[in-house]
Ligand binder design. Structure first.
Ligand code: HEM
Length: 408
């Protein structure tokens, strides 16, 4: 427990950021939290929270005061046993973090990932071409669920191939991502639902982190090569492969779905992308800012600290609203506008500081190839029915996104 739970902590709010109501439409709540103060006390969970860009950003960057090794969810690993062995990168601090991070930084560097571009482009062309022709996944001409047929189909093929996974059973990656990120929240209904089929999924994941299962040339094999070179133990290599399988798929699926939603609801921005497909990368980042897939992460204080006037004791959890920081009017002009030409660098949709997403080049390459292929083949994209929101303790996206495409 924190050193004290001060009943005098102000401002205090009685909100549940993991309730269906909050998760369905978080933005008015974000505004309330941001405007209540730079740091607020959330009574229900007895923890601090910040929704302003300045404090979210500063907290992410100060790993010495705000650590990750006590877990980056609500649960404090020093008080409760984690549901799985902790990640050696996401849930670690230097110096352990530095060693694991060095390996993934190299394996997932812009240069290393660039070799995948041609394959990703070909697959994007094939997938989009087939959808637009209406001969695959599209039951009624070019009307289909953009989550299943695009946002999931593309990474399930290219990401899983890049890691070196066999073709069978890849849907386990979606189920596992759902477990990992829901487990960062409280033990609520969303957590229970995500964990309902936990055992077979965990077994599949554990089996597919092993060297014998992975192809000899993929990203997974490169991590094992680092173990052969003495940078990691074999067990650590398996845990780092698990990090790719945990963090690499569901996040990207949701991000691609959100980007497609943004374009379907902003036709003028779609036309801008069509005029200049070179904007695909910044358009993806603007989607990450406006509809941040990773809405929240937590940190734990290592010492007593004053954060923007709030006096936090040691060992206290603080909830960081990344999605709210990305819409903070103190940082962004017209924050609620989707503008693919915005100077979007510096958003915290991929985190910031030493834990900033190590897979971001890969995610951006996937997005660039998929959005680029869509921009070439699709004249217009519209919603074709009510999207179904996915309620989730960490991620914000859709379960179903019905769209209608007009071929170019
Ligand atoms: C658009 C898709 C993605 C989003 C929105 C996303 C978001 C994030 C965020 C916000 C963090 C920081 C967590 C923190 O500060 O505690 C993070 C870290 C991480 N991400 Fe991603 N991510 C995405 C794609 C990927 C991919 C494709 C991979 C793997 C190839 C990946 C692997 C990781 C790993 C291993 C970490 C931990 C890094 C560390 O702790 O040093 N992510 N991601």
């Amino acid at each position: 427990m924190p050193e004290r739970l001060d009943s005098a902590v102000e401002p205090r709010l009685d909100l549940d950021p993991f309730s269906d109501e909050f998760l369905s439409e978080p933005y008015p709540y974000h505004e309330r939290i941001r405007e209540a103060g730079p740091v607020v006390w959330l009574e229900r969970y007895e923890l601090w929270a910040t929704a302003r860009f300045e404090q979210v950003h500063a907290t992410l960057r100060d790993w010495e005061t705000f650590c990750s090794s006590a877990g980056v969810g609500l649960s404090d690993f020093r008080k409760e046993a984690p549901w799985r062995p902790p990640s050696i990168i996401l849930e670690a601090d230097p110096p352990e973090h530095t060693r694991a991070r060095a390996v993934l930084t190299r394996v997932l560097s812009v240069r290393a990932i660039e070799v995948l571009r041609e394959t990703f482009q070909q697959e994007a062309e094939r997938l989009v071409g087939a959808l637009v022709a209406g001969d695959q996944g599209a039951k009624h001409g070019v009307r289909f669920d953009a989550i299943e047929s695009l946002a999931q189909a593309f990474p399930l093929k290219v990401f899983a191939d890049a890691v070196g996974l066999p073709a069978d059973g890849r849907e386990n990656l979606l189920a596992y991502g759902n477990m990992v990120f829901n487990a960062l929240g409280p033990r609520n209904r969303l957590f229970d639902d995500a964990m309902a089929q936990a055992e077979p999924v965990r077994e599949w994941i554990a089996h597919h982190c092993s060297r014998e299962i992975l192809s000899e040339t993929g990203l997974g094999a490169q991590i094992y090569q680092a173990a052969d070179d003495g940078e990691l133990t074999q067990d650590e290599a398996a845990l780092l492969v698990r990090s790719l399988l945990s963090a690499g798929l569901d996040t990207t699926v949701i991000a691609l779905g959100n980007a497609i939603y943004c374009f379907a609801t902003h036709p003028e921005q779609w036309q801008r992308l069509r005029e200049d497909p070179g904007l695909a990368r910044s358009a993806f980042d603007e989607g990450l800012r406006l509809e941040s897939p990773a809405q929240t992460f937590f940190r734990t204080t290592t010492r007593r600290v004053n954060l923007a006037g709030a006096d936090l004791p040691a060992h206290a959890k603080i909830l960081l609203f990344l999605g709210a920081a990305n819409r903070d009017p103190r940082r962004w002009e017209d924050p609620e506008k989707f503008d693919i030409e915005r100077k979007v660098a510096g958003h915290v949709g991929l985190g910031s500081g030493i834990h900033a997403c190590v897979g971001q080049s890969l995610a951006r390459l996937e997005a660039e190839c998929l959005l680029g292929a869509l921009a070439r083949h699709v004249a217009a994209i519209e919603l074709d029915g009510e999207p179904v929101r996915r309620l989730h303790n960490t991620l914000r996206g859709f379960d179903v996104l019905p769209v209608a495409l007009t071929p170019a």
